[in-house]
Structure formats: C-alpha cells, structure tokens
Write a protein that binds this ligand. Structure first.
Ligand SMILES: *Cc1c(COP(=O)(O)O)cnc(C)c1O
Length: 473
C-alpha cells in the first residue's frame, strides 16, 4: 500500500471510528503513522500495510486456532457461500447447524444434549443465565431463585447481563446500579488473595491438589469456603453459579489451583444450584484438552462456547445444556414456557460451515495430540523470564499464559495504571515482529495452536528484550 493511501486511511479511522476498549483521546492524538493497518494474514503471521510481518501472539484476541488463511476453513466458507450465506433459524433450519450441533455434543461432556446458537461470547453467557433463571421458574412453582453466584475477577462479556455476573471493577463497577444483584465470592487468585487479609502465596503450584496447595500456602481454602457459605446461606435464592473453568482470562490469566473447579462443582451439586461453565476463552484446545472442564471431569449444566469455535474466522457461539433444563421449557404454545430469545444471525450458515471445518482439522491433523510438547516448551521458555526484575508471576494453562509485571517482586507492589507497563512491553515487541495485547500489567501470550516450538522460542526471546526495555522506559 502506498504511503499516501495509508496515511489517509489512518486519518479517516481517527475521524470516524470508535474502537473497543480504547481511550480514543490517546488513539486520536497518536502519531499519524499509527495504528498499524493489518492487511493480510498467513499461518501464525499477520502482515501490515507495508508488508512487514508479525507473529500473532494473541491469536487475534484469543480466537485463531490453526492460523490465518487455513485452506480447509477458507474452502469450507467458499463452498457455503456458493450455496447460501444466511437464512433465518427462526422457524427454519439448515444442514451446517444440524451437523455442528451433533459434533459439539459428541465432544462435550455427555450430560449435555441440546445446543442453542448465538453469535458472540457475551450472548452465549446471557442465554445460559436467562435459561437457568427461567428453568427454576418453570420447574419449581413459586421459585425465588433470582440471583447468581459468580467469582471476583470474573469476565463473562460486555452486555448488561454478562456484566452483572462480572467481577472486574475496572470494567464493571461503573454500571453497578444498572445491574441485577449477584453474589460475588473471592476467586482463587493466590498471588493476590482477597479471601484473607494477608497475601498467602503464589498460584504457580502446578499439579498439586487444591487442599494440598492450600496447606502449602498456609491457608484453609477461604475462597471456596466463602462460596459454600453463600450457597448454603442463600439456598433457594441462587439460580446458578457461573465460572470460567481453570483460567480467569480477562482478569489477567488467573489460573485456578488443581482441584478447585471439581470442588466448586461439588458444592453446586450439594446445594442444588445449576453450574454454568463459560468456556468462551478456554474452549477448543486452548488449555490442552478440547474443553477445560475435561481436566477435572466436571459436567456443567451449561457450557458456553464462542471465540475459537470457528477457528477464529467468524462470529458464532453456542450454549449447550442438559435434557433436564430443556424439558422444563416444553409445553403447549399458550403456556408460554417457550424460551423467548434469539438473535437475527443465530446459527449463521457460514459460521457453522467454518466451525465444522475447524472441528475436522482437530480430528484430521491430530491437533490435541500435538499440544503437550508445545505447552511444555512454552512453560520452559517462559520460566527463563522469571529471573528478570519486575516479573512477579507467570501463569500458564495450555497455550494460554500471562506474565504479571510488578513494581517490586518482593512486596508484589503493582505498577501504577499511568505506568502502562503492559502496553509498553507490547509496544516494544512490535518493531521486533510480535503483536501482543496486554491486560493491564499482565502481558498475555496466547498464540494459535498451530504455532511451532521454534516460533514459541522467538516470542519469548523477543519478550526477554522487550520487558527490560519497557521497564527502563
Ligand atoms: C471473550 C469472553 C467473553 C465475551 O465474548 P464476546 O464474543 O467478546 O462477547 C465471555 N466470556 C469469556 C470467558 C471471554 O473470554
């Protein structure tokens, strides 16, 4: 692209567009040669308007699995375009959605029997919340279950319902008075434990069971105990508990100690509360298994899927649930037990065709089988960063990692917001050919599953220079 055209496009962006999660005053005031215009992608690489290539180190915000321009997905979409690109799912059906539902159910925990489609992660969660609420109304006459249990540091999307169960003050506190009431309990973020007054240790404990992990940190699992207290004390009020299994992504890749999720599920069962697992980020191989719940044999009542579902090509989402929940919505037309919810682009055929190709690639290319070596390699490489000053904690589950930078590694004092340390590290990676996007003071490394060990080494090598450079300022 010639330079004139590039500068014009950037100027037009700055006068017409409002970008997501972006301070537009800074955006507009930035150098006229920025932002980067992405013109193409191939494999794990992105190409800017000048043809310079970068590793896509965050999978285009956690969605790309097999790389860009993956032939099997490109072809599947083109074939579907040749038939039809969209028809409504209200009152009609189509083959790609039917086949995809069957395949998703075959992969998901066996108790899940029904698929409800939508088109993004927030709606996948919103649908689970509404279904859970309506389920109780219709299956237990006089039900007073009108609230949800969720975790601090949770992120479930940006719509008002999904924000209501969110637990990140930065994104959610402003809207509190608009939101429905939920019970927030501390999350197992051991590096900065909020369940106890004093900090109790790191969450780097890999592999050891939750109780033992707690004993080692000298805690009594107060975070889980807080959940139990609410579930017990507010019996009959809570419709469902919602959790991001294994990793609270948006809060900074907060990894849960092993066994926490299974223990959390057990509490839900004991106190007769539905369990919603939001696998929008962790689904589709991200944690090393197809779904994160598999690591602990957890069988949720709702499984929310989006992000990776189309291999990172098109917006699509699915909320899977059980036959028991589904049956509570059956009745005669005039009983109005219907689930009155649906988005215009629900089950878009192009999205479903891409998702089918995505799942085919998992099977044909033995994607999951190839992951353990890459995951171990990432662990080994990242561990070399621990010796850098200002690296507080490195958290990883599968090909999902966060490096928490701190002002002082001993006291764990965080960098101030105005230090923009995460953004500065990512900016320092840019000229070295790596695109990352941070979460506050946490540098996220979340490459496509198709990345090679050598490319993982490159990512970490770049970070080894970029982190000290950014800290120096
Ligand atoms: C990204 C994300 C969402 C929201 O998905 P959108 O498609 O951005 O609406 C919900 N839950 C989790 C865990 C996510 O990571």
């Amino acid at each position: 692209m010639d330079n004139r055209r590039k500068i014009d496009l950037i100027a037009a962006d700055k006068t017409t567009i409002w970008h997501p999660f972006t301070q537009m005053a800074e955006w507009a005031a930035d150098d006229p040669s920025r932002p980067l215009i992405i013109a193409a992608g191939k494999g794990v690489y992105l190409y800017d308007a000048d043809g310079k290539k970068y590793i896509d180190g965050v999978s285009s915000l956690w969605v790309t699995l097999h790389g860009h321009r993956k032939k099997k997905i490109d072809d599947a979409i083109k074939r579907q375009v040749g038939r039809i690109s969209h028809s409504t799912f209200l009152g009609l059906t189509h083959e790609p959605a039917i086949r995809l539902a069957g395949e998703l159910l075959a992969l998901a925990p066996g108790n899940l029997r029904r698929v409800f489609y939508s088109d993004n992660g927030s709606t996948a969660v919103e649908i689970a919340l509404k279904m859970a609420y309506q389920y109780w109304k219709q299956s237990v006459p006089g039900s007073k279950r009108n609230t949800f249990l969720s975790l601090e540091n949770a992120y479930h999307g940006d719509t008002i319902g999904s924000v209501s169960v969110g637990g990140m003050d930065l994104f959610h506190a402003k809207f509190r008075s608009l939101l429905f009431k939920t019970c927030h309990v501390p999350s197992p973020y051991c590096y900065r434990c909020s369940a106890r007054a004093r900090r109790v240790g790191g969450s780097r404990a890999g592999g050891i069971p939750f109780q033992r992990h707690c004993r080692r940190l000298g805690c009594r699992g107060e975070c889980l105990a807080a959940a139990e207290k609410i579930l017990k004390g507010r019996r009959g009020e809570i419709a469902a508990a919602v959790v991001e299994p294994l990793v609270q992504g948006a809060a900074g890749m907060l990894t849960m100690p092993h066994g926490y999720l299974a223990a959390f599920e057990k509490l839900c069962r004991k106190h007769d509360v539905l369990l919603i697992c939001d696998e929008v980020a962790t689904g589709f191989g991200r944690t090393g298994k197809m779904f994160a719940v598999e690591h602990e044999g957890v069988k949720p009542d709702f499984l929310c899927l989006s992000k990776g579902i189309t291999g990172g090509y098109l917006p699509l989402a699915a909320t899977l649930t059980t036959e028991k929940v589904y049956r509570a919505f059956l009745g005669r037309h005039e009983e109005f037990k219907t689930f009155f919810h649906g988005h215009t682009y629900t089950a878009n055929p192009l999205g479903c065709a891409a998702a089918l190709a995505n799942l085919r690639i998992f099977a044909d290319e033995k994607v999951l089988k190839k992951l353990p070596r890459k995951i171990d390699h990432l662990t080994a490489e990242l561990s070399t960063l621990l010796s850098l000053p200002h690296v507080g904690e490195i958290r990883q589950r599968g090909l999902m990692a966060g490096i928490e930078l701190v002002k002082d590694a001993k006291t764990r004092e965080p960098f101030a917001a105005q230090d923009k340390i995460g953004a500065r590290v990512c900016a320092a990676c840019r000229p070295r050919g790596l695109i990352l996007r941070p979460l506050g003071n946490v540098v996220v490394v979340l490459p496509p599953l198709s990345i090679t060990e050598r490319e993982i080494t490159t990512i970490v090598r770049i970070l080894r220079t970029a982190i000290p450079e950014a800290v120096r300022g």
